[in-house]
Design a protein around this ligand. Structure first.
Ligand SMILES: Nc1ncnc2c1ncn2[C@@H]1O[C@H](COP(=O)(O)OP(=O)(O)O)[C@@H](O)[C@H]1O
Ligand SMILES: [Mg+2]
Length: 245
């Protein structure tokens, strides 16, 4: 569903952030990317949503080669990708329903279909009793669930969660992680970025990769202990790369 081949990205003021990074996230997989603050997790996510262009390398998302994507096709790509952030990024002064409905309206969905879809995702995240609450009146956990409902409303195939529990208490964190598990159970490909070891242990991710020095290394967690495992050589990636170029 997501493939990166030799992706490098840096900033003049910072130097290299991602260094010839390879990544393959399979359809329906739930992947956690951990790493210290500043390691490059957000940069990686922004490359997947085409908010940033890599300096080198190739990126395939949902079957599209991002280097060949026209600017006008980016909104179509983003409909396939739901994103949630640490700071929720909700529309201030608006209700729960207005927040969830907005991306649907932009996609040209109106009327009964819109109402049904909003109702469905609010029920999914457990906010069906607060459709007309103003977002500012909600707790952090509730606000993140609104953001998740909004991300899921346009029925994306990929869900990117960038430090989604960074501002939440343990109970709200558990709720949001439970919803990410649910998203994966519904067939979405889920990528969660976090620097929080508790989040890494709590979720039901298939795989944990750690970002260090601009690369991703496989990590496995067994009974709360990190095990290091060398990355399996992925020669299939090289074959597919030659098909893309
Ligand atoms: N637009 C930018 N301009 C300059 N430096 C940036 C920019 N975006 C990120 N960085 C730098 O790149 C590094 C990685 O940032 P980021 O991807 O946000 O890391 P993480 O999400 O793992 O905390 C940091 O040192 C950050 O300061
Ligand atoms: Mg970040």
């Amino acid at each position: 569903m997501i493939r990166l081949f030799g992706v490098s990205k840096g900033y003049p003021s910072r130097g290299p952030v991602l260094r010839r990074l390879d990544l393959h996230v399979a359809r329906g997989e739930y992947l956690i990317i951990c790493g210290a603050s500043g390691a490059g997790k957000t940069t990686l996510m922004r490359i997947v949503t085409a908010a940033e262009r890599p300096d080198a390398g190739q990126v395939m998302v949902a079957g599209r080669n991002l280097a060949k994507l026209k600017r006008s096709a980016i909104p179509y790509l983003r409909r396939n990708i739901g994103v949630i952030f640490q700071d929720f990024k909700l529309l201030g002064g608006s209700t729960v329903t207005e927040n969830v409905a907005l991306p649907l309206r932009i996609c040209g969905i109106h009327g009964r279909t819109l109402r049904d879809r909003v109702e469905e995702v609010l029920e999914l995240v457990g906010l069906e009793d607060k459709p007309f609450a103003r977002c500012e009146e909600l707790s952090g956990g509730e606000q993140q669930r609104v953001a998740l409902a909004r991300a899921l409303a346009s029925e994306p195939v990929i869900l990117l969660a960038d430090e989604p529990t960074g501002n939440l208490d343990p109970e709200a964190t558990a709720q949001v992680l439970g919803l990410l598990d649910l998203a994966r159970d519904r067939g979405l490909t889920v990528v969660l970025a976090t620097h929080d070891p508790q989040v890494i242990g709590a979720g039901q991710a298939d795989r944990v990769l750690e970002m260090t020095e601009g690369k991703l290394e496989t990590r496995a967690l067994r009974s709360g202990v990190w095990l290091e495992r060398p990355e399996e050589p992925d020669t299939r990636g090289e074959r597919e790369m030659s098909l893309i170029l």
